[in-house]
Ligand binder design. Sequence first.
Ligand code: GLN
Length: 483
Amino acid sequence: MHRPIHELTDAYRRGGLTPTAVAEAYLARIDALDGRVGAYLTVVREQALAAARESELRWRAGKPLGPLDGVPVALKDVLCTRGVRTTCGSKMLEAFVPPYDATVVARLRAAGAVILGKTNMDEFAMGSSTELSVFHPTRNPWDLARVPGGSSGGSAAAVAGGLAAGSFGSDTGGSIRQPAAFCGVVGMKPTYGRVSRYGLVALASSLDQIGPFAQDVRDAALLLGVVAGHDRRDATSIAAPVPDYIAELPKGVAGLTLGLPDEYFIDGMDPDVERAVRAAIEVLKGLGARVERVSLPTTKHSLAAYYLILPAEASSNLARYDGVKFGLRVPGRDLVEMESRTRAAGFGAEVKRRIMLGTYALSAGYYDAYYGKAQSVRTLVRREFAAAFARVDLIVAPTTPNVAFKHGEKEDPLSMYLNDVFTIPGNLSGIPGVSVPCGFSGAGLPIGLQVLGRPLDEARVLRAAYAYEQATPWRSRRPELTA
Ligand code: GLN
């Protein structure tokens, strides 16, 4: 089941495999194994088989809709799917059935993709371990005692475990790149505005971005190419042409200058991670890249700024769950009591924590000291990246300071937040970034190399990740999952 998308569609073309057989095989594997992994919240078996049968007719007629026709994909349960419940991992939306598809979902359907189901996530995408889903935790296919990362842990585990050929998640502070690193798959956060957020349940609107998880870089390029591009339904969507990402891949890294930020190698990081990332940089040098040190001094303040900006935006976005318009309603004597009972029952502890922090940070009297200050830090982070990218083409760094941790290991919120130190600056500045597997720890757990690029330069980010991937053996190793 670990066949990349491009191999599947080659086989469809030659007639060696059919979309129906592949969809059935994935569904059977989900039946057999997902009880242990917990990647999915909802599996849409009949819909998937119906889509696969239609795709099969197109392939048979020699008229596929494109390179994703008949390919089974999974969607993080934060993406609205028409007629299919979209829970955000929360009791609040347990029974919410959207009346429309997110733009990403509509584009995937129009490309013939076979949607298998909706994947597990930390409640409202707040978290780094997928332990904060109200339904069940997701387990890392490499070691079921460990977390898959989060908040898009279900989407990462689905691809790592061979339970979907590719998947989509959302990345507000690292929620694609960190679980990709923990699960040994490729995960990409595009430039803010590259992919439409229409139909993505909002966490922090100035940071949220949708992106793919894939078995290899070529598949990530393919998946991104299908969903990227302007959408008039998202006011922040960028009206720039989308390059042919796959055509750019073979260009290699010879002649490119890679920046190595001093601040991304910190005390307390896992020595296995540092070793793997430094070795990856040597590989890139061997492929002809030049490596230069760069400094991004505001990195150390990014986490603090993020944990003011995100709660501020989240607290206002989550105000819509009032028992009137969406989801859960717990009756009360009057409107105020109904609303407070609904929110008390519908949100988990982490969501409540962030709503309170955000409301506080935005309150009159504290606004300048907290929210205003955090926005200033955000500007500095952006400027430092811009200054670095005036000298270098790409930045390479670890995706995370550590490998996947054990379930229950990070009980206090702060130690969970610290997981995202290397991914958050990319969200604050809006730049694109990918995590590509770069080896394993002594205990056999995957490690991710992060490649960051200039705004809208996804093509070069993917091209460097591809060059690295092609020069290394990591993608041939897959977790062994047995029923
Ligand atoms: N782990 C981060 C947080 O909890 C990132 C979340 C995300 O990217 N959705 O906010």
